[in-house]
Design a protein around this ligand. Structure first.
Ligand SMILES: [Zn+2]
Length: 253
């Protein structure tokens, strides 16, 4: 096996870089997930608040309408009361009938207003119930947002400390590696979201049947030979591009 300056083999160097790289990616993913959760909950909270606000303004409109109807109804009542005293003071039959007819038509109009008013009051009642439910949803969602915000802050704090350490470990591990290999590692790490390495799986030594431990494609035999020789740099899976390595038993260590 071709030893590097540090005394570690290239595979060992790749392994240690892979491990620290995975840990870093894992921590960053945790923060990303916590941030995504917070964002999603915040968006939902905004939506619920908007819905509640809309319902509240609908409720205010209904209340204003009912107040108007109330005013109209009072006006009619005043006019009817006035007509009633005119009726009592009327001196002839024709006048009496005319006043009575007007009173009746005003009363009919007032009844109509009161019917409308009752309908509007029912709408207010159901809008109030809906507004209460919506307000509870907003409160619940606010609590969920707070939980997510706390988790995200804690996660970020916990991770940032460890990320600092890991980043320096990573650059140490990366520094042990030939530039060309490091470039390949970075490329494959990006491509595979950190699943950079794959073991060679030996299905049959006799049949020279080997597969990639990640994507299970059959590997050309010369790749396995090169890996055993250990002095031709890294070998990549022709299908998934991952950097191949031999399990310790396989490598004869
Ligand atoms: Zn593969």
């Amino acid at each position: 096996m071709g030893d590097t300056i540090s005394g570690m083999t290239l595979t060992e160097d790749l392994m240690s870089l892979y491990q620290v790289d995975s840990q870093l990616r894992g921590l960053r993913t945790r923060v990303e997930n916590a941030t995504d959760l917070l964002d999603a909950r915040t968006r939902k909270l905004q939506r619920l608040k908007a819905e509640h606000e809309e319902k509240a303004s609908q409720l205010r409109q209904l209340q204003a309408q009912v107040a108007n109807l109330e005013g109209e109804s009072t006006d009619y009542k005043d006019r009817i009361d006035k007509l009633r005293s005119e009726l009592n003071a009327s001196t002839n039959d024709k006048q009496y009938r005319a006043i009575l007819a007007e009173m009746k038509s005003l009363e009919a109009l007032r009844d109509e207003i009161e019917t409308t008013q009752l309908g509007e009051m029912e709408k207010i009642e159901s809008a109030e119930t809906e507004a209460t439910t919506m307000s509870e949803s907003v409160d619940n969602q606010s609590r969920l947002c707070e939980t997510a915000r706390t988790e995200q802050a804690e996660c970020t704090a916990a991770v940032s400390e460890r990320v600092g350490e890991l980043e320096s470990e990573r650059s140490t591990a990366a520094g042990r590696m030939p530039d060309a290999v490091l470039r390949i590692f970075e490329e494959v790490a990006e491509l595979t979201e950190g699943e950079t390495l794959a073991p060679v799986i030996e299905l049959s030594k006799k049949d020279r049947d080997y597969t990639c431990g990640a994507c299970h494609v059959t590997l050309p035999y010369h790749l396995v030979v090169n890996l055993h020789a250990g002095d031709t740099g890294v070998q990549q899976c022709p299908n998934c591009d991952r950097i191949l390595y031999l399990e310790p038993a396989e490598a004869g260590v």
